[in-house]
Design a protein around this ligand. Structure first.
Ligand SMILES: Cc1ncc(COP(=O)(O)O)c(C=O)c1O
Length: 478
């Protein structure tokens, strides 16, 4: 049963104090907000006990790569909040663009016809910066919705092509594609699906190219196609680099081989660039960086840097022409009320302008090299087995034994411990995969700030390792 609080139902007025850092609320107010959170708000991915017993930070301000909570505590946003705040917090340009658009026009129902100026401009802009040939654009409100649209697009395409049996999807084990029904079915992380299985039929999960532990090559795809028959498979869908699954970077050559296999067997290749899109890995889209062009590209997050919710599906002209050839009456019969929302599109345009003007894709490449190099230094810590990443996305994998790569027992929740310790030290990270900690800072990050971030993470890992060492000594009587 939800805990009742004295503050239940009351709106706590926000009265920021002048000092310190001019953002802390009065302690009584800060406490009341935490209590209200625990009593009412569901945070989908937070273990209920953690929220109830320890609570979560309530943020009041963001500036650049930093955040402040109600107690005035400062954090480095080492995850760009949820892999998405590319341009950093507190950007006035977005504020202005959004306010201006709201003054002009609140809404236009793109789904049923009439649209708005920024909606059309955004579609054209996306087609311009997309990988070559992806000229058609579907707008949604996030990554999961975009994957739902993608699933429909793939199935509708093969039906229009006269191949209605091509309905199956091949995705990667531990891949993440969202938690709405279709997207969750594509997701290959059992944790997210166990409560709601069975999902969409005809989804096959393939071993991933996790070179630190498993040597799965692109030929795994060939094996599945042989077993299932290319005539039953609509698309192969994967993140260019798995994010939630542990920041798994495929070896060079893996993606080009996947591209070749998909083309040879007449299977659509879809890249889920919800995390990797819009500069994260040092190229506008990670697929291009791996030397491939997908038939369909799904993205979200960085397209607005999280200032407002938006998802996109970019797809090849040939797919659109196939629909058109079936007749002028053809329509998708799919979309959402908020498809192409004017204010959201205005925010996206302003965001993309900042990414271009401030050369943030280039910055992700330059600072990304530095981040990956500095992270490698963490190998000196006794429980760091692997560091990996590309551009400004990275992970540190924690192991019990470096030589054998033996994992810590799951019940120790080692990555969770490091995540908590880092948070206490003022750094936001995320547990990714079984035993890894992910970093994914805003693309505006500087060298000095990278040093600050890695120092804090290193300290958190060291402290957890020392505490464990102490416990081990006590347990073994040494
Ligand atoms: C690769 C990938 N696809 C899809 C999604 C789902 O996006 P959303 O949470 O916006 O629905 C995510 C979210 O993290 C993601 O990382």
């Amino acid at each position: 049963m939800a805990r009742q609080t004295k503050t239940q139902g009351k709106v706590v007025p926000l009265r920021p104090r002048k000092k310190p850092s001019s953002v802390a609320l009065a302690p009584r107010q800060a406490k009341a907000l935490r209590k209200q959170d625990a009593a009412h708000l569901v945070h989908g991915f937070v273990p209920l006990g953690l929220q109830q017993n320890k609570g979560v930070p309530v943020f009041v301000k963001g500036q650049g790569i930093y955040l402040w909570d109600t107690e005035g505590k400062k954090y480095i946003d080492g995850l760009a909040s949820l892999w998405n705040v590319h341009i950093g917090h507190g950007r006035k340009e977005i504020n202005r663009a959004v306010a201006e658009q709201m003054k002009q026009l609140a809404f236009a129902p793109t789904l049923i016809g009439p649209t708005s100026v920024p909606t059309v401009q955004l579609a054209a802009k996306l087609a311009k910066i997309a990988p070559k040939g992806l000229s058609r654009v579907i707008l949604t409100s996030g990554g999961s919705e975009s994957n739902e649209s993608m699933i429909r697009l793939v199935r509708a395409y093969w039906k229009a092509k006269g191949k209605p049996k091509k309905t199956k999807f091949i995705t990667l084990e531990q891949g993440y594609h969202g938690t709405s029904s279709g997207a969750a079915s594509l997701t290959g992380i059992p944790l997210f699906n166990a409560q709601v299985d069975p999902g969409l039929p005809g989804v096959i999960h393939m071993p991933r190219p996790y070179s630190y532990r498993e040597n799965n090559g692109a030929e795994e795809l060939e094996k599945i196609i042989k077993r299932e028959g290319a005539g039953t498979i609509g698309a192969f869908v994967a993140e260019p680099i798995q994010g939630v699954g542990g920041v798994i970077v495929p070896p060079d050559g893996w993606w080009p081989k996947i591209r070749e296999i998909c083309s040879r067997h007449n299977i659509l290749m879809v890249c889920d660039e919800v995390i990797t899109g819009f500069g994260r890995t040092g190229t506008m889209f990670a697929s291009t960086g791996f030397g491939v062009v997908p038939d369909i590209l799904v993205s979200a997050k960085g397209v607005t840097s999280g200032y407002l919710p938006l998802g996109v599906v970019l797809f090849k002209e040939e797919i659109f022409q196939t629909f058109l050839e079936t007749g002028d009456d053809y329509a998708f019969w799919h979309g959402y009320t908020y498809t192409g929302h004017p204010t959201v599109c205005a925010a996206a345009l302003a965001n993309l302008e900042i990414i271009e003007k401030e050369k943030l894709v280039q910055n992700a490449r330059t600072q990304g090299h530095y981040l990956q190099k500095q992270l490698a230094a963490l190998h000196e810590l006794p429980i760091v087995g692997d560091t990996r990443g590309k551009g400004l996305i990275a992970a540190v994998e924690l192991v019990k034994d470096k030589a054998t790569k033996e994992m810590f027992p799951a019940e120790l929740r080692i990555a969770q411990q490091v995540w908590e310790k880092a948070l206490d030290n003022g750094l936001i990270t995320r547990v990714a995969g079984a035993n890894s900690i992910a970093l994914c800072p805003p693309l505006i990050i500087t060298k000095k700030q990278i040093d600050e971030m890695i120092d804090t993470l290193g300290r958190a890992i060291r402290e957890v390792a020392e505490e464990m060492d102490g416990e081990w000594r006590r347990a073994s009587g040494k």
